[in-house]
Design a protein around this ligand. Structure first.
Ligand code: TMP
Length: 237
C-alpha cells in the first residue's frame, strides 16, 4: 500500500537543490541541512544501489540512449525515495537533497529533448508522487560555470557540450518560472554566505515553522566586518 497519505500530513519538510554544473548547490545543500538538522542526501547515488547507478551514469565509457539514461535516473529515484526519503520524512526528519526530479526535467527533458510530460510522469511513478515542498534553483550562467570548471576532469554528463548545458540552464529557469510557489531562484554568482542568507530567507518565508531554527554561529576564522566579501561558490555541482 502506498504511504502517500502519511506523507501528506507530515510536518517534516522535503527540500531539493537544483542547478546546472558548478552552480554551488552541493555547498548550499550541506549548509541548509546542517542548519535544519536535516538528512542530507543526493541524486543520483543516495543509496547503495544508487551509487552503482551513478557510477554507470557518469562514466565516460558508458554508451546510453536518452531513454535508458532517463530510466536509470528514475530507477535511482525510486530506490532513493523508498529507502531514504520517505522513511526519514515519516520519522519526522527534514530531508535536503542535492538534485531530484527537477534535474530529470532539465537534463533529460530540456537537455536531451525527451517529452517533458513523459519525463514528469516517469518521476511521478518512480517516486509514487513525492514532490519537494521547495526546490531551490541556484542560477549560474553557462560562462560562469565553465570558468569554475576549467581544468577539472569532466564526467559523461559534464562532457555533453555547451549546447546541451545551455538548454539545461534555460530549462531550469523555465521550470522555476512556471511554478513560483514551489521554486526559489537564487543568483549563484553571489558569495557563498550571501547565497546562503538568501536561501534561508526564502525557505523560512515559505515554511515559517522553520524560522525558529537559530542562525549558525560564525566560524572562528570568520573575517571581521568590513573585510573582503566571502569567496564565490566553489565549482561543486
Ligand atoms: P552532480 O549531482 O554531481 O551534480 O551530478 C549528477 C549529474 O547527473 C549531473 O550532471 C546532473 C545529472 N542528472 C540528470 O541528468 N538527471 C537527473 O535526474 C539527476 C538527478 C541528475
Amino acid at each position: 500500500m502506498s504511504d502517500r497519505a502519511t506523507v501528506t500530513v507530515r510536518s517534516a519538510r522535503f527540500i531539493a537543490f537544483e542547478g546546472g554544473e558548478a552552480c554551488g548547490k552541493s555547498t548550499q545543500a550541506a549548509r541548509l541541512a546542517a542548519r535544519l538538522g536535516a538528512v542530507l542526501t543526493r541524486e543520483p547515488g543516495g543509496t547503495q544501489v544508487g551509487a552503482r547507478l551513478r557510477a554507470v551514469l557518469l562514466d565516460n565509457e558508458t554508451r546510453l540512449t536518452d531513454r535508458a539514461e532517463a530510466l536509470l535516473m528514475a530507477a535511482d529515484r525510486a530506490q532513493h525515495v523508498a529507502e531514504v526519503i520517505r522513511p526519514e520524512l515519516a520519522s519526522g526528519r527534514h530531508v535536503v537533497t542535492d538534485r531530484y526530479a527537477g534535474s530529470s526535467l532539465a537534463y533529460q527533458g530540456f537537455g536531451r529533448g525527451l517529452p517533458l510530460d513523459e519525463v514528469r510522469l516517469l518521476s511521478a511513478w518512480a517516486s509514487d508522487e513525492l514532490w519537494p515542498d521547495i526546490t531551490v534553483l541556484l542560477d549560474v550562467p553557462l560562462e560562469v560555470a565553465a570558468a569554475r570548471r576549467a581544468g577539472s576532469q569532466r564526467d559523461r554528463l559534464e562532457s555533453a557540450g555547451d549546447d546541451f548545458h545551455r538548454k539545461v540552464v534555460e530549462g531550469f529557469r523555465t521550470l522555476a518560472a512556471a511554478d513560483r510557489d514551489r521554486w526559489v531562484v537564487v543568483d549563484g554568482r553571489l558569495g557563498i554566505d550571501e547565497v546562503e542568507a538568501m536561501i534561508w530567507a526564502a525557505v523560512s518565508e515559505r515554511c515559517p515553522e522553520l524560522a525558529d531554527v537559530p542562525a549558525p554561529a560564525p566560524a572562528p576564522s570568520a573575517a571581521p566586518a568590513g573585510a573582503a566579501p566571502a569567496p564565490a561558490a566553489p565549482a561543486d555541482g
